[in-house]
Design a protein around this ligand. Sequence first.
Ligand SMILES: [Ca+2]
Ligand SMILES: [Ca+2]
Length: 307
Amino acid sequence: MSNLIIERQDRRVVVTQLPKCSDVSSGEKLTQCDGPIIKYRRRRVELIEAAGKMQTQSWLLYDFDCVYNREGNKMKAFHLVIALLALSLISPARLEAWSYTSGQFQRATLPPQSHLLVSSSQADLDNDGVLEELVLLDKRALIISSGKTAWISPDGWQVVQASFTDLNHDGRPEVTLLVWRAFQPWPIDRYLPHGGRIQDFHNSDGMSCHLILISWQRGALREQWAGSALADPLRSFIAADLDGDGRQELLALESRYDDPSSAPSRALTAWEWNGFGFTLLARHPGRFLDFIVVQQGANDPILLLHW
Ligand SMILES: [Ca+2]
Ligand SMILES: [Ca+2]
């Protein structure tokens, strides 16, 4: 019980504290039991030095352990960044900086001192003051509340990504899921003589890709919105306020049904909530492997695309 109390106290500190940059030369006095921190900081210096030897990896110089959201709150660093770092060290990575400006994607320069934008790993979905957590395990999404499973994705769903967002702009957090499930035509299309309008929106295994929003509705966590099968499946997404209006847009890498999972994407896309679903704002063709979003101060975000 006392451990639980301490854990809850620590959580408050972790959520509200702004992190300091972690560095070998920070002057902080560490003891023997801080071995993992020392090891991490040494590895960080090695990566930065390695980055300095490469022409295209200037973004590796960024402090990927100092992560904030737009309001300046501490967020959790993602393994994705480390994965990108590792990938860029293996092969000569090609990285491009892009912004979303005047309704389209445009090449941009990477501002110094940017911070990585990542979604929080916790959010108060039911507004009771206790933070819910999101777990993705073996393509199942679980929402954990007060140590108990409050919601689990149904059998038959393959959840490939889950994030806390407010993509539907109702001022309350929801969970956005990127899901593969067995294709189902629209009910009316079952009776059409020449097939339905979405009949080709699935892979050869009959699986289609969907965006689904889960939120607190009528006293329980429920599907708030489930999109029809996407015309082209999404590889990954990031929710970020691209244009500084305080509302999140959806950035996503788009591929094609039956592209191998290791194949690069076909396009970078931006979408915005229209009250009933998502409207495409921009699409830029490109064989991208992955992407992250960084931001300098209150400037609009910059997308770093790895291809
Ligand atoms: Ca919301
Ligand atoms: Ca916006």
